[in-house]
Design a protein around this ligand. Structure first.
Ligand code: BG6
Length: 310
């Protein structure tokens, strides 16, 4: 135990010696004995766990947190952190052929390492995390790859997942930047930007339906909107703000709220927490799979900005 924590402390010191940049980029300990990188600028702050390459906080200056975290989240290696932005990859949802494999892939339950940090200007900082194929990944998926998660904090938060096929065989992949957002109350928000879009209703045997008007919530909702590249806006009069979610490299958007019964079934999600969160996920899901030949690269990106209402 002593040597483990000593080793952990040394590696935190090493990370800070190699990659911290003044007060703007610091490596710290946190829940679950994981290592976290904290970003600070005049515009706000962000916190990213190296376990999962998981953005856990984005908080603009003088604003409520934009990303939602469950107070019941577990911080155990092998389990996903609940809230923030889980990196779902290389598949979205259940594995298509093997239900024993982890839901939403293995990237969110893998230990990432720090690739680089950068102060771009006094208002903009960036950290790049990396995850490369190894014995752990090959246990779940047979291909060779290199991933980079590029998190840039400025007057908004940009998160990009860059995937490169480093092997000699082509592969297809899905994924998502599965963003959880803080809202005032699920029954008082509206989501705009997906009007007249076809969606797959995962709660109705994957029936295809068409969204009429903005999305409103009054029960569990788990929809995959297809063929959409549009920005989505969460209108939240209760918090006097809109959250704008833009995206690249994605033609599907998932909107999810578990409502009452599913919240109760999830051990890492408080029974009443569904009222304060909604997921809008920048995805490569269902037929929106990405095919990469050896040497090819794909970037899935989301850009998140809180806009204060008058
Ligand atoms: C969403 C799915 O993306 O993720 C839901 O559409 C799922 O069906 C949710 O319940 C959470 O998944 P997990 O694996 O993090 O519990």
């Amino acid at each position: 135990m002593y040597s483990l924590s000593l080793q952990k402390r040394t590696s935190l010191d090493e990370l800070n010696a190699l990659f911290s940049l003044g007060d703007q980029i610091q490596f710290i300990d946190g829940p679950g004995d994981f290592t976290y990188v904290q970003l600070e600028t005049v515009h706000g702050s962000a916190l990213i766990s190296l376990y999962g390459g998981h953005v856990m906080r984005y908080q603009p200056q003088d604003e409520a947190p934009v990303l939602w975290m469950s107070s019941e989240s577990q911080y155990d290696a092998g389990k996903a952190i609940r809230g923030g932005i889980p990196v779902c990859w290389p598949w979205f949802g259940p594995h298509p052929a093997d239900k024993t494999k982890p839901n939403h892939g293995f990237a969110r339950i893998s230990e990432w390492h720090v690739f680089a940090t950068r102060v771009i200007d006094q208002d903009t900082v960036q950290v790049r995390l990396a995850l490369n194929s190894d014995d752990h990944s090959r246990f779940f998926w047979p291909y060779d790859f290199s991933l980079q998660l590029i998190v840039t904090l400025s007057e908004k938060l940009d998160v990009t997942l860059r995937v490169r096929n480093t092997g000699s065989s082509a592969f297809s992949m899905g994924g998502a930047l599965h963003s959880y957002f803080t809202i005032s109350h699920i029954e008082s928000i509206k989501i705009r930007g997906l009007e007249d879009t076809v969606y797959i209703d995962q709660l109705a045997s994957d029936a295809r339906k068409t969204q009429s008007g903005p999305i409103l919530f009054g029960s569990e909702l788990d929809n995959i909107y297809v063929d959409t590249v549009n920005a989505v806006v969460i209108e939240d009069p209760g918090l006097h703000r809109n959250i704008r979610v833009e995206k690249t490299g994605s033609q599907s958007t998932v909107v999810w709220n578990p409502w009452i019964d599913k919240s109760r079934r999830m051990s890492d999600f408080g029974d009443d927490e569904y009222v304060g969160m909604v997921c809008v996920e920048t995805a490569n899901a269902v037929e929106d799979l990405v095919y990469l030949e050896p040497g090819e690269t794909h970037q899935l990106g989301t850009s998140i900005q809180a806009e204060r209402l008058g």
